[in-house]
Design a protein around this ligand. Structure first.
Ligand code: ZN
Length: 152
């Protein structure tokens, strides 16, 4: 399943990418353009706009304010699996490759460099990622949604 988020869901799009979901996020485009791209690429639309939801039925209307609840709703209702080993670039949706520590020397903080054996690099834009505590925490939270039906 591939996603497209409307303009209201920038944070949601980033987190979906982080758990490995192919997610497009378009800014400053009108509804017609969102629908055109969604249709062309067969993407499931996550939207805060009832009218958009009505016009493009392969979609979910989400009225939650909190990111936690938005994520929980998408994961629960669509039965997504959180794969701890997958992940996409939160900036550009590119796929991540695992790279050895030596390859990122000088490009990440020293403590981070020393405390991780490997890193992830975006194939498209080159951004470097690592499994910091924030990433681990949110993933644990997402797994808890799957197991217990709520975000911990
Ligand atoms: Zn990227």
């Amino acid at each position: 399943m591939r996603f497209i988020c409307d303009e209201m869901f920038g944070s949601l799009a980033r987190w979906l990418r982080m758990i490995g979901e192919d997610t497009l996020y378009l800014r400053d485009v009108d509804d017609d353009e969102i629908i055109r791209v969604a249709r062309e690429e067969g993407r499931f639309l996550l939207t805060r706009d009832k009218e958009l939801h009505r016009r493009y039925p392969y979609s979910m209307y989400i009225d939650e304010n909190d990111l936690d609840r938005q994520l929980a709703k998408v994961i629960e209702e669509l039965g997504l699996r959180v794969d701890r080993e997958k992940g996409r670039c939160t900036l550009c949706n590119g796929e991540l490759d695992i790279v050895e520590r030596e390859e990122v020397a000088g490009r990440v903080p020293k403590y981070t460099y020393l405390s991780h054996d490997h890193f992830y690099r975006c194939r498209e834009c080159g951004k470097i990622y690592w499994k910091g505590s924030h990433w681990e925490r949110i993933r644990d939270g997402l797994e808890s949604v799957q197991e217990n039906g709520r975000f911990s």
